[in-house]
Design a protein around this ligand. Sequence first.
Ligand code: ADP
Length: 495
Amino acid sequence: MSLDQAAIDRLAAAPVAPGRLLIEGQWLPGEAGENPVLSPIDGRQLTTLAAASPADVARACASARAAFEDGRWSRLAPSARKAVLHRLADLIDRNAAELAVLGVRDNGTEISMALKAEPGSAAATFRYYAEALDKVYGEIAPTAPNILALVHKEPVGVVGAIVPWNFPLMIGAWKIAPALAMGNSVVLKPAETASLTLLKLAELALEAGVPPGVFNVVTGPGRVTGEALALSPDVDVLVFTGSGATGRRLLQYSAQSNLKRCYLELGGKSPNIVFADAPDLQAAAKTAATAIFRNAGQVCVAGSRLLVQAEVHDEFVSILAETTKKMTVGNPLSLATQVGAVNSLPQLEGNLGFVADAASEGGQVVTGGARVLQETGGWYMDPTVVTGVRPEHRLYREEVFGPVLAVTPFKDEEEALRLANASDFGLASGVWTANLSRAHRMIRGIRAGVVHVNTYGGADGTVPLAGTKQSGNGADKSLYALEKYCDLKTAWIQL
Ligand code: ADP
């Protein structure tokens, strides 16, 4: 959808109501009080958010469990669930402008990107799974003739979903839509710094006809609210997008409680590899910049390691640096902004720490490297390119989740592949070459969930996003995502 600046400014002037918990269809305060929500745009308080206590979380999970057991959603005819999810998609579209602007005020993503990536993709995701849900069949197994064996696909029960702050609606929808489509109940824990659009989504879900108790939302700190959800004996499957450190904790909580299945999407350090025979170095440089700098680098699939073949390295870095310097950093509510705000002050400080460490380890900061627009009170960082980054450097190994690009030269295809795979992560990647055979060799050789060729980003809802290595397990998006939200049950019948 398109929106003019005046309409954005009007929406952005509206006061934001305090966020409350949604349990059994009721909007409630949190037993643990409330926390301020600061806007990354100017550092000022936007509103407050209810903090759910472990007892609140237990009530939300019990509500989801009761709703699942009594069949108010889980035993509806698929056509009825489908109609509700379509209505929800329509309501998201109808409220897209409000959702996008609210989200930007909350998390700092550029409005031009938020409009497309947030309500736009959330609505598309709900539509996709609304359409998919009555096309999922069970199976008859090829057994001996005196047996009839059926494989049923059943909902798992209660799904706990813990989501991050970079694209809350898009990533939230990737989990909530297939979970609800298969007949499960959901308890959602949004990130402390990006809960507001997901609370609005929950309001729209009730309006669309998702029955009370089927979709509950608990807000609050990860170490309290998130932990209580992950430990809950009422949660059958836990789905998560966030940091590796939290992912490890979730596996521990699962082990300490009911061995709930955990599906983790844990970010990356994705290589974007430019060969000297790339069809268009200008286009590759432009895309390499957007692949890391949009949403201030706060993108799990960001192309954060740029590997460039030695003979074009200097030329490529110079085009890239020029492109980067021209990017407009600023108020994410402005349609002209290309690089919005960093989500929080600790995140910004962490980004700057990475640049300082890179410089002390021998990297050269070619452009950027500093906090900017401090006078706004908001959290902004100049897009940063660091060259001479080696595999042993911290900037090569760890995810920044900020606008910082590490550049490393390589000699030939064999070294490119070795460098690409020299990472604990395996989420995304890119290859720029005009040589078809080389492109296919790289696709086979790179250990990652997605390999882009002569482009970067943009993979839509028809394809899975499935991390390898320490980038996680299980797929979001596409029909493959449905597998996380189903149990298989065999019926073995003697004829
Ligand atoms: P980031 O470092 O990018 O903020 P996190 O993994 O900390 O990523 O956050 C992603 C989500 O995980 C957020 O909703 C956050 O509240 C939640 N979270 C953080 N710590 C925990 C925890 N110990 N248990 C459960 N959820 C948590």
